[in-house]
Design a protein around this ligand. Structure first.
Ligand code: HEM
Length: 249
């Protein structure tokens, strides 16, 4: 089995560029007057309330940056850079734990912001889906920690590994979908000064949604490349893909 390291490096670099661009666009969006950067908001009684913007920033750092990097850690650090399995495991685990920490701060911010402004909690599809993926993520990380760091039962580890790999990818993609819904939710609250639907403040969430999707596609591509032996088989040029023909080279 041969592996195309150049291809993986290319995709991982594209992934990194995409998430850096995402964070830059997000911060640019916050800098518009209507988004108020990270300035305090006001409650009905005039008290200072923590800025809403901390929520999308923390959730994006957790899901778009840290988890994406965590997902490709095995392939990139162990497969490409040749780091030991133990070191790649530590990098993967640290990235996922950091994601949970930052994600918890992001959730605390939005619950505090809503609480102080007397806004009902958990009224949207975004918030329900968000709590579901967060719950799944926390369960996933606790199970993995127990199975891979604290037990020696190989059969149990093997069983958890299958769920961990595929479950992890699905939870990650669920989080990206939640992020896209969050931008749509926020977009609905923004009105353009000229009464149209076309101003940067309103369009940027759409750009960020597509950018988030691109990040998810690139991270999934690295993950699937790791699994798929098709790309590593020496397939002759004339063989038509998507047939059951026996491959003879
Ligand atoms: C995976 C990442 C995310 C999760 C798990 C998540 C979760 C949540 C939760 C649980 C709430 C409800 C808080 C409450 O009931 O008081 C909420 C609210 C909100 N979030 Fe997110 N969020 C995520 C990312 C984002 C992003 C990137 C945005 C982009 C702007 C966003 C925009 C909003 C908005 C506008 C609200 C207020 C309206 C509502 O309650 O739905 N969220 N989020």
């Amino acid at each position: 089995m041969t592996t195309d390291f150049t291809q993986i490096t290319l995709i991982v670099n594209a992934l990194r560029i995409s998430y850096v661009v995402f964070i830059v666009i997000l911060l640019t969006w916050f800098s518009y007057d209507k988004l108020n950067w990270f300035d305090y908001e006001k409650s009905a009684s005039g008290d200072n309330v923590v800025s809403f913007n901390g929520h999308p920033l923390c959730m994006s750092l957790a899901w778009i940056v840290l988890m994406s990097e965590g997902i490709v850690a095995w392939r990139y650090y162990e497969g490409n850079l040749g780091l030991s399995h133990g070191l790649a495991k530590s990098i993967h685990t640290s990235l996922q734990y950091s994601a949970v920490l930052i994600m918890s701060i992001g959730l605390a911010i939005i619950f505090k912001n809503h609480g102080d402004k007397n806004i009902n909690h958990m009224y949207s599809a975004h918030s329900w889906m968000g709590m579901f993926v967060v719950g799944a993520m926390v369960f996933q990380i606790l199970l993995a920690t127990y199975a891979f760091l604290f037990t020696k039962y190989e059969r149990f580890k093997m069983r958890v590994l299958v769920w961990h790999r595929y479950g992890g990818l699905v939870i990650y993609l669920g989080g990206i979908a939640t992020i896209c819904m969050g931008f749509q939710e926020k977009q609905g609250w923004i009105s353009c000064s000229d009464g149209s639907n076309y101003c940067p403040e309103k369009i940027i969430p759409a750009v960020l949604t597509v950018n988030a999707l691109l990040v998810a596609m690139l991270a999934s591509a690295v993950f699937i490349h790791e699994e798929d032996p098709m790309s590593t088989v020496a397939v002759g040029e004339k063989i038509t893909l998507l047939t059951n023909a026996v491959i003879t080279t």
